[in-house]
Design a protein around this ligand. Sequence first.
Ligand SMILES: Nc1ncnc2c1ncn2[C@@H]1O[C@H](COP(=O)(O)OP(=O)(O)OP(=O)(O)O)[C@@H](O)[C@H]1O
Length: 267
Amino acid sequence: MLEVKQVSKAYGKQQALKDIDWKVKQGEFWGVIGPNGSGKSTLLNLLSGTEMADSGEVLLLDKPIRSYRRKELSRRLAVLQQDGLPPVSFTVREVLEMGRYPFQNWRGADMDEHAEHILEDIMQRLDLTSLADRPLSSLSGGQRQRAALGKVMAQQPEIILLDEPTTFLDIRYQLQFMELVESWRQQDGLTVIAVMHDLNLASLYCDALLVLDRGHVAGAGCPQQLITPELIQRIFTVNAYSVPHPDHGEPQLLYRKGLSQTTPDEF
Ligand SMILES: Nc1ncnc2c1ncn2[C@@H]1O[C@H](COP(=O)(O)OP(=O)(O)OP(=O)(O)O)[C@@H](O)[C@H]1O
């Protein structure tokens, strides 16, 4: 579905990504992990077409991402940021309608006769029905992030790119958010790529992880292969134990007190 071929990107002298190769298949749930400054957001920006690679290319369904028109790309791919929506005066329903942009004609009318039903269904799935007519400015951060997810769902994309989407959420809303994304993926075959800092959450929900380290791919595979004390020590220079989750066996990290003497740059 998505293919990154020999992609490099620099900002002036700062090399953000170097020779990245990566393939994502339809329906997969990828977590992109790595220390601060390792190139995660840059990679997401290249995938969404908001930035151009210096060399190499990003293909979406075998076609260069930069050859897509904006509306066409929006029907295939949606992006959700950390703080998905600002606390403005638009209501939840209005924000979801904005997500229908790729399906609106030049007069702004939705071309899908079932649009109303689609929005009602999304609000029900996300528990937003009772909030439909409330302005975003009156909602909590967690409720607003749910509305942001609703807007992205209204876009009916095939791929979603999430940039640390649970950063500002408490643990209950973090899990709720991941569950919602997971059930959307299972129901509609959605492909998910999420930049995540919470490695335990990534291990629980992602079926594959891409590990970035100073602009390079340091590993790509399932959490069982990658969430190991050795890799965490090498990439993050943090000491941790890895234990299988009692429910399903996904590796979970228990961090050890005291920092390692080595800093990432010394590797
Ligand atoms: N617009 C920019 N101008 C200059 N340098 C940039 C720019 N964007 C990113 N960089 C640099 O590129 C490198 C990768 O940054 P990027 O934001 O992709 O990392 P990240 O892994 O998303 O980091 P974080 O976890 O802190 O969000 C960093 O060294 C960063 O300073």
